[in-house]
Design a protein around this ligand. Structure first.
Ligand code: F0G
Length: 459
């Protein structure tokens, strides 16, 4: 018998209480946080969908492995286990441990970048773009056209546009292109997957033009699940084999282990080329730590080594993707506009579509973020003009291309009833949607304003 209910494939051994709150308490908390949920305390939150990064619940096997952490400065056993786990998965010989993804990015893109260099990606994640631009280089996003249509039912909306890649190579000159970065799944593009076919085409183009091909692989297991389900010829392969095939196409990879390695902190950089690895190792030692620990303690490396195996377990991946899809489809049925099909780690809501009465310069995404918190104690993030908006010379807002809100689901943390609660909160969001108010920025920093800006409600 095949039952249709997919259950969490784990039992809960240790629990962390959630502080429950009332709507009137949350209204006061939100005002004190200046209508910016980044400024809330986690104890004021019921369901925390701010990010899936570093928020995973570790397994009993990971906690057990941590007790074996060897904290020797050099040549620790934990390093050997970590190196083997990363090597078995990526097939890459040179591995540099870092404290998180952006540290690996800073090392690799800092070395490859600089004035006059270009990076091309399906979509650069914010820290990726920031590291590239900080080096003086520039970053081009070329997602496929389907990615721009919220409801186009395309199986691989995370793909990079290979025709545009060819054009850009001709236009910019292959020598000026520092790397092509394929982000799997494409976080900033709605957590959408990338097909193996797309990775193969990019790999061939990069080989032909002698351009470095880098995988940003922080959600590679989730991406492999979609390939297994949607791409011809992959249904008989294991999720791990699919990931290994994708790694075999790339010259290097950057991973934030805070996602698909199921840990709270960590990352790595892996490469095939010795010269590149030698240069990056110098930077690793200067900025992170010695080669056999980089930015990690022995126990962190142990937990990552176990997590990189667990994340490919079929029951886990099936449950993981199903619970994200379930949330997306349930709120879509209620009439909430979302990016469809649902991606791997998060549901992305089109806030402009939900709140057409709020103009972009009153930040419809931030309005929804505040409503979700006030009504249901749900914390999430705006990915729109608060995050990416800029001002012209007259101080007028140049809005972001989309006004999205991301509900990112931590791994192995929330149960079906938590998700059902979130779905129910949307009934109220819809019922009162006409009375949702826009926001004005009262105070903001120069960079990355979404983290600390203060807002007030438009009267
Ligand atoms: N690349 C991608 C695709 C990411 O999603 C992230 C982080 C990074 C690189 C940087 O990794 O945080 O370990 O330094 N994404 C988090 C998020 C922050 O909420 O999506 P990091």
């Amino acid at each position: 018998m095949n039952f249709k209910t997919i259950i969490e494939p784990f039992r809960i051994k240790s629990v962390e209480p959630i502080s429950m709150s009332t709507e009137s308490e949350r209204t006061a908390f939100l005002e004190r946080a200046h209508f910016n949920p980044f400024l809330l305390k986690s104890d004021q939150v019921i369901i925390d969908f701010l990010t899936d990064s570093g928020t995973s619940a570790m397994s009993s096997n990971q906690w057990a492995a941590m007790m074996n952490g060897d904290e020797s400065y050099a040549g620790a056993r934990s390093w050997e286990r970590f190196e083997k786990a990363v090597h078995d998965l990526t097939g890459m010989p040179y591995i540099l441990p870092t404290h998180q993804g952006r540290a690996a990015e800073r090392i690799l893109y800092g070395h490859l970048g600089g004035e006059g260099k270009y990076f091309i990606s399906n979509t650069h994640f914010d820290t990726t773009r920031a590291n590239i631009e900080y080096s003086g280089a520039s970053a081009h996003d070329i997602p496929v056209l389907e990615a721009r249509d919220f409801s186009a039912n395309h199986p691989f909306k995370g793909n990079l546009d290979t025709k545009q890649l060819q054009h850009l190579i001709t236009e910019l000159g292959e020598k000026n292109i520092a790397a092509v970065i394929l982000t799997v799944t494409n976080n900033s593009g709605g957590g959408q997957p990338v097909s193996m076919q797309n990775a193969k085409e990019i790999s061939a183009i990069c080989k032909k033009h002698h351009i470095l091909f880098v995988l940003d692989c922080c959600r590679i297991a989730e991406n492999s699940y979609f390939i297994h389900e949607r791409e011809k010829g992959y249904h008989e392969k294991s999720f791990r084999e699919i990931a290994q095939e994708m790694f075999s196409l790339a010259d290097a990879c950057v991973m934030s282990a805070k996602k698909d390695a199921l840990v709270n902190m960590g990352g790595f950089l892996a490469m095939r080329n010795k010269e590149l690895a030698d240069a990056c190792t110098q930077l690793l030692i200067i900025t992170e730590g010695y080669t056999t620990y980089g930015g990690l303690s022995g126990r962190d490396m142990e937990a990552i080594a176990v997590g990189l195996v667990e994340v490919f377990e079929a029951d886990y991946l099936k449950y993981r993707i199903r619970s994200t899809t379930y949330l997306g489809e349930k709120i879509l049925e209620k009439g909430v506009p979302i990016i469809y099909p649902v991606g791997g780690h998060a549901v992305y809501i089109d806030a402009k579509g939900l709140y057409p009465h709020i103009p972009v310069d009153q930040y419809p995404g931030q309005a929804l973020v505040c409503e979700l918190y006030r009504i249901g104690g749900i914390r999430c993030v705006e990915i729109g003009s608060v995050m990416f908006g800029k001002y012209d010379d007259h101080g007028k807002l140049i809005p972001a291309p989309m006004e999205l809100v991301r509900l990112a689901i931590p791994r192995r943390v929330y149960t079906q009833s938590h998700i059902d609660y979130v779905v129910e909160v949307f009934d109220e969001i819809i019922r009162v949607k006409k009375s949702a108010k826009g926001l004005k920025i009262k105070q903001e920093p120069k960079f990355l304003r979404h983290f600390t800006a203060h807002f007030e409600l438009v009267k």
